[in-house]
Write a protein that binds this ligand. Structure first.
Ligand code: FAD
Length: 572
């Protein structure tokens, strides 16, 4: 059983006895068999560690996985020193940059640059670019990466400053012939890549330095960028990125029919030795990054790092055997188990999506294959899609009109926005989700779609304010998935076919029928009868705006179901 969990037993049993029922609207939803119990049985404060294994179990799970994925046939044929510049790829397993650096050298120097620009403010609205909870998660990822690299005979050099300044000076000092790194796709990251390449070109290495297979003349270190963030490799796509299908389904069907997913990169057990380094640097604390330390005192507390990531895969797929019901549970909102929760590790690169693919295939072979096992891959293809879309549409993903350059009137009323941001809109479903985001750095996919629709469609607020607030808070923030989903939700995305209005009463009835999620995050709703928690009327704060379609005081509004082409009954 999990450690670090402060969880009343009544709540544990409530979450663990959920069962699936088929609703009258022809879709599965989650019902708790404890739903007849008294409202007081819903815990109003609990911390759920993800993964819920103790440190001994996480260590042994990761060690076994590394062993399974190690290779003793890989050959090293390089000379001199190479550098691995870690970015959003904070892992050892399936890390091609690390592998190539090892193959091409006699000594690998792994480095991570703590770039001060990541701790400034968001582009338009000046929110913190990295909130304290994500900063803490990244710190844990770095500590774990360092530990795992040390197990492989290496270490991690921590440097504070801009990569474009640090990498050339390290390359010079160590005579490194190549800096290997994973390729990014959005403008801020691309700018850093270009500056780093420029800086490296200005370094002059003597003939004695670097890879001796080169000529006797002086030369400069190279930046070699490697594609490694998606399930499908960029080079394997059956179309050029410029002609990528705009409609997700067309993209998915095409890659599924015409591409294969490359196998994970297998590294040798030992990657050492590293070059001699006097001072490997210290991983900073959240305070040293200029942020106030925040502790998760309620909701999910994600552990950063590859060790935790690999353990979560084992926990979700193998120990709890939840993969086989993923498709039926994935629209849930409460607790660690309704969905995989892989996203924070995928975003930091502590987890490879190709590794998840291989685990799904192993599960299908050893246990069973069904719609649910496929559906995790279906969702990962959404992630790929938004990553490739970010190449196709570039900066328009961040512009008000989005990729389609839609002209529409939005407002930026700060006071209204703050009611949304702080979870004080008067709509329990919105408020609960926004409070969850602030308190834990996470929100379910269902919740994200609902709060996005409410901000842009019911409140009419500039969608970029919502996207930037998500950028601050989300543990799993990634520019492609975040801005891709927001442009999609705001109706300015590349796929114009959907009108994504989410009716709050309908969503509440379908996805939180007993008000468990809202009572967890808004405890003043806990004493209300469960069917009233999402519809508290005057016993809750005043609603900041009326709904565009229908009233939230009626349990089931005609207009909300038929007046707008709302989205509550569809798969996505
Ligand atoms: P699961 O349901 O278990 O899915 C498995 C994996 O599939 C996820 O970890 C994720 O990598 C991928 N995935 C699932 N849905 C999507 C999707 N719609 N788009 C892209 N990938 C998906 N996801 C992020 O990783 N980073 C973000 O910054 C982000 N911002 C979002 C903003 C909005 C407005 C919305 C509606 C969605 C956003 N998502 C984002 C997508 C999605 O909500 C999360 O990936 C998901 O909730 C993470 O939980 P999970 O890992 O349990 O997902």
């Amino acid at each position: 059983m999990a450690v670090n969990i402060i969880l009343p037993p009544s709540t544990l049993s409530l979450w663990h006895t959920k069962k699936l029922i088929y609703s009258t609207q022809n879709r599965f939803r989650i019902m708790s068999s404890a739903s007849k119990s008294q409202p007081q049985s819903v815990a109003s404060s609990a911390v759920y560690q993800v993964p819920g294994l103790d440190s001994h179990e996480t260590d042994s799970t990761a060690d076994k996985t590394f062993e399974r994925y190690s290779s003793n046939t890989a050959k090293r044929n390089g000379k001199g020193v190479s550098i691995v510049w870690f970015r959003n790829d904070l892992r050892v397993l399936d890390n091609e940059a690390l592998f190539k650096a090892w193959v091409s050298s006699q000594a690998v120097l792994p480095v991570y640059c703590i770039d001060p620009r990541l701790f400034q403010t968001t582009h338009y609205f000046g929110f913190p670019k990295t909130g304290a909870l994500r900063a803490q998660f990244i710190i844990e990822c770095l500590a774990d990466l360092k530990r795992n690299l040390m197990k492989k005979g290496l270490n991690l050099l921590i440097q504070h400053g801009k990569p474009e300044e640090i990498l050339p000076s390290l390359a010079k000092a160590f005579g490194a012939h190549t800096v290997y790194a994973h390729k990014e796709t959005c403008s801020e990251e691309l700018k850093v890549e270009r500056s780093a390449a420029r800086g490296l070109r200005q370094v002059v290495l003597s003939p004695a330095q670097g890879n001796s297979s080169r000529s006797s003349s002086t030369h400069s270190p190279k930046l070699q960028l490697i594609w490694g963030s998606t399930l499908y490799h960029l080079d394997d796509l059956p179309f050029s990125v410029g002609s990528l299908p705009d409609v997700y389904t067309q993209f998915r069907k095409s890659v599924e029919a015409k591409c294969t997913i490359r196998g994970c990169i297998r590294l040798p057990t030992s990657l050492g030795p590293p070059p001699i380094v006097d001072d490997w640097g210290i991983i900073p604390s959240v305070e040293q990054l200029g942020l106030h330390c925040e502790k998760v005192v309620k909701g999910m507390r994600f552990l950063g790092g590859e060790t935790a990531a690999l353990s979560r895969v084992t926990e979700y797929f193998w120990n709890k055997d939840l993969l086989k019901i993923y498709k039926e549970t994935r629209n849930g909102m409460l607790g660690p188990d309704y969905s995989t929760k892989f996203s924070p590790w995928l975003a930091s690169g502590s987890l490879s999506s190709r590794f998840i693919y291989e685990e799904v295939k192993r599960y299908e072979k050893e246990r069973l294959a069904n719609d649910s096992t496929y559906w995790v891959l279906f969702e990962l293809i959404w992630r790929d899609y938004f990553r490739f879309i970010s190449i196709k549409y570039g900066n328009s993903l961040f512009h008000l009109g989005g990729p389609r350059k839609v002209e529409k009137r939005w407002h930026q009323d700060q006071k209204s926005f703050e009611t949304w941001r702080n979870g004080c809109t008067g709509y329990p479903l919105i408020d609960a989700n926004m409070k969850e985001l602030s308190a834990s750095g996470f929100m379910s996919n269902r919740g994200r779609q609902i709060v996005c629709s409410f901000l842009v469609r019911d409140m009419g607020i500039d969608w970029r304010m919502g996207a930037e607030w998500f950028e601050t808070c989300l543990l799993d923030y990634d520019p492609c998935s975040n801005y891709g989903n927001w442009t999609y939700g705001a109706g300015v995305g590349n796929d114009p076919r959907e009108d994504r209005y989410f009716s709050i009463p309908k969503q509440a009835q379908t996805y939180d029928p007993d008000g468990e999620h809202v009572a967890f995050w808004v405890p003043e709703l806990l004493p209300l009868p469960k069917e009233k928690r999402n519809f508290p009327g005057k016993s809750y704060i005043e609603q900041v705006v009326p709904l565009k379609f229908g009233s939230s005081n009626k349990h089931h509004s005609q207009r909300s179901e038929y007046g707008g082409r709302h989205y509550g009954l569809r798969n996505r």
